[in-house]
Design a protein around this ligand. Structure first.
Ligand code: 5GP
Ligand code: ZN
Length: 138
């Protein structure tokens, strides 16, 4: 646990929160500034600044948990859709530097704004980049 980290404190029960789910690795809470009704956050109990610091073991459990909690929220809230959002770095919108996954229920006509304007792909650049990345990723 990192002493100055708010999500370490919440995940490990030092600070109270509305908890939807808890196990050895995670606490799932409601967001304090919800985008929509039911907006929840998956918090690992172990501190990791972002996805790239998260252990593979914990990372592998995040999506199945999002699926389980998300399915229950869908059922209970009768929402029309759901976004999973996970921000890494200030530029990407991260404001709390302890890994978390947002589960955002979506309702027709809601005002949550999770979108972008499609750009034009630079085909030459993409081809070169794809070749290079293929050699590195394993
Ligand atoms: P980020 O922008 O880092 O992806 O998301 C951080 C989220 O954490 C925000 O949606 C914000 O409302 C939420 N948040 C920040 N502090 C607290 C807190 O003390 N309690 C809860 N429940 N949510 C928090
Ligand atoms: Zn932390």
């Amino acid at each position: 646990m990192k002493e100055d980290c708010i999500f370490c404190k919440i995940a490990n029960g030092v600070f109270g929160s509305y908890t939807l789910y808890e196990d050895n690795d995670f606490r799932v809470i409601f967001d304090i500034g919800p985008a929509t009704v039911g907006h929840a956050l998956i918090l690992p109990k172990q501190h990791a600044k972002n996805l790239f610091e998260l252990s593979d073991e914990v990372a592998a459990k995040v999506l199945p948990l999002a699926k389980r909690v998300g399915a229950v929220l869908m059922e209970e809230l009768h929402c029309d859709g759901m976004n999973l959002v996970q921000n890494n770095g200030e530029t990407a919108g991260q404001t709390v530097f302890h890994f978390h996954m947002h589960i955002i229920p979506r309702y027709e006509g809601d005002r949550a704004n999770i979108t972008w304007t499609p750009g034009e792909p630079d085909k030459e650049k993409l081809e070169a980049l794809a070749k290079k990345i293929q050699e590195i990723v394993q």
